[in-house]
Design a binder for this molecule. Sequence first.
Ligand SMILES: [Zn+2]
Length: 276
Amino acid sequence: MKVFFPNSAWVKTRERLVLKGGRFAKIDLKVRYGVIIHPKLGPILIDTGYTEEVISGTKRGVMLDLYARVLRPRLNKAEQPKAVLARMGYGPEDVRYVIVTHFHADHVSGLGQFPNAQFIVDGAAYKHLRSTPRRGNLRHGIFTELLPDNFSERVIELCHLPEADPGYGLPVGHDIFGDGCAVAVSLEGHAKGQFGILMTLNGSPLLYAVDVQWLACALTEGRIPGWPSRLVADDFTAYKHSAAIVADYIKQGHTAVFCHDPETSAYDYLPETIAK
Ligand SMILES: [Zn+2]
């Protein structure tokens, strides 16, 4: 199994908003998504990052248009999901699964590009999304127009997958492919039902910790930002708990990848080293 993380886009933010005691200066956050090349199932995506649907999609409502104007993501055309897959000889129709870690726009933007994919989701988060009025979802950065029209028919809920203990002090989760190579672990707090993925590569663990923090150093240096994360978090107590779990995992000497960290990761996408 191969796993790597392309960068779909950059978004500017002030460092102090994402790092306690950080500078006032603006930094470029990445917006990663994951690609798993599974030996039996082929290419599988972990989220999609930002895609053109957020910036110029015709289905966008007024609020999504406003969101894009305020955040102004700059798409990385070379590392958009379809471009990355094409370089490996795959078309969008070859993707059978997209693992949706949570429903924020920068994670689901391109789901509509994969006509044959089923979507692996946290069932409670999806139920909450469906039962929440549109305005409530918007307040949490969820734009339902980004989901394909037949999304509900293509959903696989984690709770229907076998339970698995990922080890490393992480909570018991669900074995996504039934072969133990990727376990979904709950990392609640940032968004309802957010989950990370513990993968095992050549005997070593790799945790995709999604949006538990923007910057890894906020965890390793004890510099979790205060009020901005409280403002953004779905549940601030759970947010701090998930941060502590991931900080402990990193302290054990294991590798974690975050969606937005500008620092280069050993698992970032390098076209020259990824062959089909
Ligand atoms: Zn998020």
